[in-house]
Design a protein around this ligand. Sequence first.
Ligand code: C2O
Ligand code: CU
Ligand code: CU
Length: 494
Amino acid sequence: MRNRQSSMIVLALAIFLIIIIYFFQSEALFGPMSNTSMNRDQAQSQSEADQGERTATAEPLPIPELLEDTNPHPDQATFDIVSQNGSKTFVNDVETETMGYNGDYLGPVIRVRRGEEVTINVENQLEDELTTIHWHGLEVDGEADGGPHSGILSGETWSPTFTVDQPAATLWYHPHPEKNTGRQVYKGLAGLLFVEDEVSDQLAIPKTYGENDIPLIVQDKQFNADGRFNYHLAMPDIMTGLQGDTMLVNGSIDPYLEVNQEMIRLRILNGSNASIFELAFDSGITFHQIASDGGFLTEPVEMDQLRLGPSERAEILVDFSQVTKGEVVQLMNRNQSFMTFNVEGQAETAFTVPDSLTTIEPIEPSEAVRTRQFVFQGMGPSVNINGKQFDIDRIDETISLGDTEIWEVSNDSGMGMMGGTVHPFHAHGVQFQILDRDGRAPAPNERGWKDTFIVEPGETVRVIATFNSPGVFMYHCHILEHEDAGMMGQFEVK
Ligand code: C2O
Ligand code: CU
Ligand code: CU
């Protein structure tokens, strides 16, 4: 009897402990972490932010340059990109080692047009280190896609050519070397890729790059007490992926942007390795989402909060004409301000929110020739899809070119209280339409083209796509540490 009682107590204690551990893990899962992992300055600036007192105007928002197209031919474009080592000061006047495209951190915006034949020369100047460059969201052949098969050795150049044939969209590019993607992206290798077309030409929305059409690459980082950042995986990052307590926008901490009292378009990329952002403006002002990963929605969706998983993009219109001149509007992630808009000038433009944006033909489930299942499973080093970890010599799924298929993606990594992990699913070379989430119609802002979508613990998301690009492509979890650990597979379209 005694024994029985004490073992019951031990068991209860153990369960209690497990719950506590899971609680802290899921806390970390939701972005910026508890104060324990911050240095004093960060903790202080965070508490200032929490009190909403800071009009912090550290530095103006850096705007990545638009990369020059060096090809004079109107239907062709040529771009030159160099992956390189660099250094940059983020905090405490300390220089830290970084990586960038054509610079020290992040890269220029590559802007292409539908119908254009594009060549991009990518030179790897990284010291002794292989890289690749992947055009995330671009519908091109496997040969040009830049996945793990397209390694560029240090000192070499890779020059894919492809024809752009998809609607206007905000896409992005980043490295994709096997088992080393998380580190290279974390160090700074990422940039935006805009596709423009007749629809984006004709829409009456802000489109003056850097003035009223503003890119926001949002990331979170962990800084050491000395102001450096390392890529070092400890607990809980091994489980959750690398999450930070300091937000960067276009590589800058807490920047400001001066805007006029008018409509501004923001092209937002969640460029984090592993965090889900919940973005909102402090004053509670609403905004309209006009585009998702693969292009414009059919009509603007009014929102007061935007949830973006790693690698998801959203374009939003924010109407600063409703804000008094001289006021400051803060952009927040889960109640932490990380950027301010200083509303300074009179309106110079008079954009309103359009009633409609584009047309999207819904792909009918009856057109699908088959349904494939993908199940996210495992934790930490054992993360996998359908029980298999990545093997570059194995093709997991074979698809006939031109076929329409339904993909049913579920997340088997535990639920609720027991600290299940959210996994964002992504596939290369294709844009999906979301059919349903656990049988329910997707939210209005998820009714456009998607190449990456969140799958909640216990959830099943059904998506549909037509596979028009031939070649070998990746599908994976876009928590980069999960991808690197093997939560990735390959499909061949032929
Ligand atoms: Cu952002 Cu495999 O991709
Ligand atoms: Cu991709
Ligand atoms: Cu994952």
